[in-house]
Design a binder for this molecule. Structure first.
Ligand SMILES: *Cc1c(COP(=O)(O)O)cnc(C)c1O
Length: 383
């Protein structure tokens, strides 16, 4: 059987073969297998050197310093550390998040609310953009932290994080950015964008699953509280033996992302636009998200009048997502599309196509033909 065309790069990406090679060098007896925290022998020093080189590779991608990058198990943990760490260190106060953050931020904010912190959820506009004016309006005297994602995972809309960063810095409020979907797709400069904390995940940028990082600006006050204790690794922010192969994988992926930044996003965006041009004239089709302020790989499409589940099942030659992978287990329409004002019926009939490094022209031509054929036959069946 021929495998479906993978168009779900926003859910995860395959590991780049060059990254996998470097990871493999950190596992077995003849590689850098040792505990990077072992200070008493050559094996440990070599592992530590590999981990620190990887840390610099990640730092360079976002214009940070190595010591500002803290390894975590992924972006979910990085978001948890940012939100809980800052709010718990502050002891009390107010948190502002956008209403269409990833669940890693929203559920953490909900938990903090249960612990007695105040939370405001800022609504996006119809395109999924969180306006700096809305964030400004949400700020209070006791606001400690603002968390707004750079690129939304479901619709790909890009937020003006530099403007929100400037606002927060001016108001003396810390600013956290979930940059999982933008890293490697858009330039990120934590200094220029005045970002205090920033979450990354390796597996959304052609690195392995199970590792991420939190950028914590040097000298940040209050100092975020650790969430995992034991051993005092990672400057006390996050204990646990570092997974050398994972760190090296994320570092290698970051280095590749930086090299590809000049050409890859443009190539992917061109294929993405070709896909849209190939299906936009179908009856009832509409784009969810911002027409231009959108990350290169994202295309979220509503098929009015169709049943989303039936559509997905019929599109068996394509691996795509309904709404977001995280909510597709439940039958609730996407909360992101809902917050953008998309009617429930259309949200149910929306699919997310996401393209990436290995997407080819042939795959896109094939996808266009398949979608046209399926949507046309389902529409005829419905009449
Ligand atoms: C995938 C994703 C996460 C979670 O990252 P993990 O490394 O899988 O925990 C967080 N935020 C956004 C925007 C994501 O797309």
């Amino acid at each position: 059987m021929r495998k479906p065309v993978y168009l779900d790069y926003a859910a995860t990406t395959p590991v780049d073969p060059a990254v996998a090679d470097q990871m493999a060098d950190c596992l077995t007896r003849d590689g850098r297998f040792a505990n990077p925290a072992s200070r008493s022998h050559l094996y440990g020093w070599q592992a530590e050197e590999a981990v620190e080189r990887a840390r610099l590779q990640v730092a360079e991608l976002i214009n940070a310093e190595g010591r500002e990058v803290i390894w975590t198990s992924g972006a979910t943990e990085a978001d948890n550390l940012a939100l809980k760490g800052v709010m718990q260190a502050a002891g009390s106060g107010h948190l502002v998040v956008s209403a269409i953050e990833h669940k890693a931020v929203l559920d953490t904010a909900g938990w903090l609310e249960q612990q007695g912190f105040d939370v405001t959820r800022v609504k996006p506009d119809q395109s999924g953009r969180v306006a700096v004016e809305q964030v400004a309006r949400a700020l209070r005297e006791d606001t400690r932290l603002v968390s707004v994602m750079h690129v939304n995972n479901e619709v790909g809309t890009v937020n003006d994080v530099a403007a929100i960063g400037a606002l927060c810095r001016e108001q003396g409020v810390l600013f956290h950015v979930d940059a999982v979907q933008s890293v490697g797709r858009l330039p990120i400069d934590v200094a220029a964008m005045q970002i205090d904390l920033l979450a990354l995940s390796a597996h959304k940028m052609y690195g392995p699953k199970g590792i991420g990082a939190l950028y914590i600006r040097r000298g940040l006050t209050p100092r975020p509280q650790a969430q995992i204790h034991g051993g005092g690794h990672e400057q006390g922010y996050r204990s646990g033996t570092l997974a050398t192969h994972q760190c090296v994988g994320m570092g290698a992926a970051a280095e590749l992302a930086r090299q590809h930044l000049e050409c890859e996003p443009a190539r992917v965006a061109e294929l993405r636009d070709r896909l849209w041009d190939g299906i936009r004239d179908l009856p009832g089709v509409q784009l969810n998200g911002h027409p231009t302020a959108r990350a290169c790989g994202h295309l979220n499409v509503g098929f009015a009048g169709q049943d989303g589940e039936a559509l997905m099942l019929a599109l068996r030659e394509l691996a795509v997502a309904t709404g977001s992978a995280c909510t597709s287990a439940s039958m609730e329409p996407s909360f992101v599309l809902r917050a953008m004002g998309v009617p429930d019926a259309l949200a149910h009939a929306s699919l997310r196509f996401s393209l990436g490094r290995y997407t080819t022209e042939e795959e896109i031509e094939f996808a266009i033909g398949h979608i046209r054929q399926v949507v046309t036959s389902l529409s005829q069946a419905a009449v």
